[in-house]
Structures are given as C-alpha cells and as structure tokens.
Design a protein around this ligand. Structure first.
Ligand code: GLU
Length: 286
C-alpha cells in the first residue's frame, strides 16, 4: 500500500507552495487507495511555535484535506532520535563539532568550495575536544563520510542510489546515484536541539512505513544524505517523487517571507478553498 506524508515545520503560516505540496501528496495517497500521514517537524526550538502548528491543522482542513491516524509531532519523540544517534555513535560514525557557523565559514574562506552545508570540518584534535568538553561547551554531532564509507562495503557505497518517480531540479528521474560528498559531514544533532532534520526525517519515514516521499524539489539534494542514513541504519528505501516548486507572479518560488500568499491571508481576501485547489490544478478534490 502506498503510504505518504506531508511534513511541515511550524515556523510560519502555510503558503500556496505548501498547499500545492500537501495536495500533491494527498492526491497521490487517495488515488492509490493509500495512506496520507501528517507529521509536524518541530524539532527546531528557536523557530517552531505551537500556534503555527494549530494554524497548519486549520489550513489543511480548510483546504479539504484529511489525514490517516494521529498527527506525529517530532518534539514528542526526542528519545527515539537520541537512540539512533547513540547507535551511530557506538559504531564510530559520528564526531563532535564545537565550531560555530562563523568558524566554518571562516575556514572555508575564499576557496571555491561548495555551500556551507557541504562542510567537512572533521573531528577536533583529542586534547582540544577534551578541553572543550571540560569547559562544558555545546557541540553538534556530525556524520563522518569517511567513517560511513569505511563502515559499508565498497559495493554498497558505490551502489547507493534512490528511485525518483518525479523530477529533480535538473530533470533527474529514475535511478539517481547518491553523491554523499555533496552534502558533506552533515549535522545529525544540532547544538541546541539534540537532533537535526536529516536524522528525524529518515527515522520517522522508516518508523511510519512511508513508501513514497512526495515533496518539493527544494529537498532533492537532501535525499542524497537521507539515503545514506537509511542505508547505515538498515531502513527501507522509500520511492521519491519530488515535485516542481510553485513560483509567484515574479517568477520566484513562494517562501514563508511572502506574507501575502499565506493561506490565511487568501482566506481573509475571500478566496475559497475550491478556487485555490482549482488554481493549483486539483479541481477534483472535495
Ligand atoms: N519539514 C520539512 C520542511 O518543512 C519537510 C521535510 C520533508 O518533506 O522531507 O521543509
């Protein structure tokens, strides 16, 4: 059975882009007689707010969407993520990173490297780490690509791939080879949250039996590292359907900063859910 999910982070009001994503996933589930799950990805303590979560439920209901089973709220499951982290740590796949964002940017300097996210700062020297631990400095946990590679067989590492039934930003479709280097040594536990997005999302997709991850192309690159984590943890490989990103009249993609296109704002302007669904190409819903 097809199982998919919509997994918004309650860091602002939902906008048209979210509506498009939720409708795409919901329609995939309903057309296949499958299940549509709703997951609130609220592990970021600084940006997530309970009132946005309430608003998400309201907006989705207004849109005419329903979901199967209870809503999973990630912040209620921190112990689950800590257990995965402990497992990876026991296997020597993680290292502590005390650096600040600024330290990493400085280290990258002017060199023609990839984005900040692709950083591979490496472990601190043992004495430096011991000193910082002594001082009680906060640290993040990063996944070491070198150690992950060593933990997997050459064949597994070279064969890492995911099935793309949608399209990547450059038209990628079908079997997409994984390029873990593009992501670098990703943070699996943030200094302030004890967990980070890639770990929580892969854990939950596995736990909830998600067979199809239907989401925007903005998360296509994230799939590379998520597929690696799934492999390291022995979790099943979902099929991916990345969808195009909706763009506004100015050709830019919708984002949380564009307040004028929040669903709440549209509703206040008198736009009906039916009209919005039709505009987004989902006229048969509801
Ligand atoms: N929580 C993520 C976001 O709001 C989406 C996670 C996903 O679909 O994998 O961007």
């Amino acid at each position: 059975m097809l199982v998919t999910r919509f997994a918004p982070s309650p860091t602002g009001r939902l906008h048209k882009g979210h509506a498009f994503s939720a409708l795409t996933a919901w329609t995939a589930a309903r057309d296949a007689g499958g299940r549509f799950l709703l997951r609130i990805e609220d592990i970021d303590p600084t940006r997530c707010r309970p009132e946005y979560e309430t608003a998400i439920l309201e907006d989705l209901a207004w849109l005419g969407l329903d979901w199967d089973g209870p809503v999973r709220r990630q912040s209620d499951h921190r112990a689950d993520y800590a257990a995965v982290l402990a497992n990876l740590d026991e296997r020597g796949l993680l290292y502590r990173c005390f650096r600040t964002r600024k330290d990493i940017l400085n280290a990258i300097g002017d060199a023609p490297h990839g984005p900040m996210e692709a950083a591979r700062p490496g472990p601190h020297p043992a004495d430096d780490e011991a000193r910082r631990l002594d001082q009680g400095q906060a640290f993040a946990w990063r996944l070491s690509l070198n150690r992950a590679r060593a933990a997997l067989s050459e064949a597994t590492w070279n064969g890492l791939a995911f099935d793309e039934e949608g399209r990547g930003p450059e038209g990628q479709h079908g079997v997409v080879p994984v390029r873990p280097e593009a992501a670098g040594d990703v943070v699996l536990a943030r200094k302030d949250a004890g967990v980070a997005y890639h770990l929580a999302v892969t854990h939950d997709d596995a736990l909830q039996g998600v067979t199809h991850v239907v989401r925007g192309q903005d998360l296509f690159e994230a799939t590379h590292v998520q597929r690696l984590i799934q492999t390291l943890m022995g979790w099943p490989a979902p099929i991916y359907r990345h969808h195009r990103l909706l763009t506004g009249p100015d050709g830019r993609r919708y984002a949380k900063r564009d307040r004028s296109v929040t669903l709440a704002e549209l509703r206040a302007q008198g736009v009906t859910a039916q009209a919005l669904r039709a505009e987004l190409g989902f006229s048969s819903v509801g």
